[in-house]
Design a protein around this ligand. Sequence first.
Ligand SMILES: [Zn+2]
Length: 116
Amino acid sequence: MEKKAEREEKKVQEKVKSEEKKAQKKLQSEEKKAQKNARREEKHRARVERHVAICPHCGKNVLDHMTVCPYCKSALVPAGYKPVDPEKYRKIKIACSVIGIAVAIAVAIVIFVVLR
Ligand SMILES: [Zn+2]
């Protein structure tokens, strides 16, 4: 009878140990998750901070893609957007037309030579 009690006690101890291990593992994984989230948050903040600009009218922080200040409602010039210079636009258009015509002629010549 005494042996049985001992065995029972051993079993209980093992169970407690395994539960402790499980709890530790859970704690570790939660810690890892928290670290990962913190890192992600930091990255996100850095990304947002890169796009923070200062409103020239009221001096508050705004994002650089905004066209209207959300605080003072005055117009902002969005960064990364510059109106295209009409002279440059014309030159690009001409270059694209020339390249397109050249490609069309080349294709026509190839088809003419192949089908002959
Ligand atoms: Zn403003």
